[in-house]
Design a protein around this ligand. Structure first.
Ligand SMILES: Cc1cc2nc3c(=O)[nH]c(=O)nc-3n(C[C@H](O)[C@H](O)[C@H](O)COP(=O)(O)OP(=O)(O)OC[C@H]3O[C@@H](n4cnc5c(N)ncnc54)[C@H](O)[C@@H]3O)c2cc1C
Length: 444
């Protein structure tokens, strides 16, 4: 059996590794157009801190481990440029040798990720404007920070990636200024959570300009309808688009957010072609339908399942789906979410109650901090629909308790009865989750 995989990062390498685990004899070819093997993009912002720590430290495995250790035919600088589903072959360009060739397959895995949206405005194609999407972007950003030492940076867009960069750049003494097109930041978060992020920006004296319409970039100056901004570097992070050009040009069907449409087995409409990761749709359990939430764990899980379904094509398993759990760091705060957002609940017409509490994170013990826990529950039944948290100390793992509750369709009444651990070093005697649940019960 021969499997060709387009894209060699989280989705692609997970699929390749799983195939080899389950069928050692399979010939697995991974085509990766860049010069980098699979890496942890999530660590890229934090690599900037370390001048002498090469970005290659973020590689998940070495090329040797992938080729010799896992037996995968992993080809760097090889770009798939066409798919012929009728002949079951891919046209490939080997950029190192400037040679084009065709590679046949029994199964094809499409794992091309997504690409950063660009600002197609005058002046935004110069070498002081960056995306922060790939390892190569990280090399370029790192280079300008250490070689040119810019005093300030303009960050266009205020999603997770740019907020993580704000934190990192501020700590590296590169003053960040944020320009945001919308009226506010983090639209999938409740206003009570967002308020805490805004409060932190203010505390740090970081300028956030909302409702900004950008006109052009002229030298170091970005002109907007609300004034001019000058900066030594600009990072544009205004969203991502699934990387689907090649797939749709071959007759592949697209779905939510323009991502590759997949069924529950992660098959596409093209025969024997599967898709995984940031290029594909993701099944959202609570909605009972596909959505688009491009994150690391889902890319790994989908990739692994695709690999398993290819080897076990007579006993395929459905992708179990996601609950939209995500987390990021913002200075001393951890900001996290799971389940449905208020926006999704409103769209679905769900009758829900929102409760939040502010609590200390530990008992009578030095250290720790405070956190805000916000719960979204169904009115009447108390079914746990969503949860968001922001604060210091242990936030992410508490959020994961809510994610577990949502997975098991728990009500807030059951949440309040959980036997969570206590020692003043880790928690108050009533854990913040229990305090929030007990308050929510009164509202439900
Ligand atoms: C700065 C940053 C921080 C992040 N932080 C987090 C985090 O904290 N938590 C989290 O869950 N997620 C995070 N993510 C998201 C996470 O990294 C992605 O969801 C994950 O990498 C997706 O993996 P993928 O394999 O689907 O796509 P990608 O990682 O995009 O890999 C796709 C690969 O396909 C290759 N390719 C594309 N087209 C072709 C072609 N035609 N031929 C050959 N190769 C091709 C590309 O070169 C690329 O290497 C972050 C992402 C970024 C950029």
């Amino acid at each position: 059996m021969k499997i060709v995989i387009i894209g060699g990062v989280a989705g692609g390498l997970s699929a390749a590794s799983q195939i080899k685990r389950e069928d050692h004899a399979a010939h697995v070819v991974v085509l990766e157009k860049s010069g980098d093997v699979s890496y942890a993009a999530c660590g890229m912002p934090y690599n900037l801190f370390y001048k002498d720590k090469p970005v290659e430290d973020l590689y998940a495995l070495s090329l040797d481990d992938i080729r010799k250790g896992r037996g995968i035919d992993y080809r760097l600088h090889h770009e798939a440029v066409a798919i012929n589903p009728a002949l079951k072959e891919v046209t490939v360009v080997n950029h190192e040798l400037s040679r084009e060739y065709r590679e046949g397959y029994d199964f094809l895995v499409y794992a091309t990720g997504n690409k950063a949206s660009r600002l197609s405005l005058p002046g935004f194609d110069d070498d002081t404007v960056f995306s922060f999407k790939t390892l190569e972007d990280t090399r370029l950003v790192k280079n300008i920070i250490y070689e040119k030492a810019p005093a300030n940076a303009l960050l266009i867009g205020s999603g997770y990636t740019n907020l993580e960069l704000v934190d990192v750049l501020y700590n590296m003494k590169v003053t960040p200024v944020i320009l945001e097109k919308s009226a506010t930041i983090l639209p999938s978060f409740a206003e009570e959570i967002r308020a805490k992020v805004l409060e932190k920006l203010e505390q740090k004296g970081i300028a956030l300009h909302t409702n900004v319409e950008i006109i052009e970039k002229n030298g170091a100056v970005v002109r907007t309808a609300s004034g001019d901004f000058e900066a030594g570097m600009v990072v544009v992070s205004i969203g991502v688009k699934p990387n689907t050009t090649l797939f749709s040009a071959s007759g592949g069907e697209l779905g939510v957010a323009g991502a590759v449409k997949v069924d529950r087995y992660l098959r596409t409409n093209l025969p024997d072609v599967f898709a995984a990761g940031d290029c594909a749709e993701h099944y959202i359990r609570q909605l009972g339908r596909n959505g688009y939430m491009p994150l690391g764990p889902v890319a790994n899980k989908q990739g692994r399942l695709v690999g398993s379904n290819i080897v076990n094509s007579n006993a395929m398993k459905e992708f179990y789906g996601i609950d939209q759990t995500a987390v990021f760091k913002f200075f001393d705060l951890t900001v996290a979410t799971t389940g449905l957002s208020e926006r999704q609940l409103r769209e679905a017409g769900t009758n829900y109650v929102k409760t939040y509490v502010d609590t200390p994170t530990r008992g009578a013990f030095p250290g720790g901090g405070t956190m805000r826990v916000l719960l979204l529950c169904e009115k009447g039944t108390g079914l746990l629909l969503g949860g968001q948290m922001i604060g210091q100390d242990v936030v992410a793992k508490r959020l994961d308790v809510l994610a577990t509750g949502i997975y098991k369709h728990m009500t807030v009444f059951e949440l309040a009865e959980l036997d969570l651990s206590y020692s003043p070093l880790y928690s108050p005697v009533w854990d913040p989750i229990l305090i929030a649940a007990n308050k929510a019960i009164k509202d439900v």
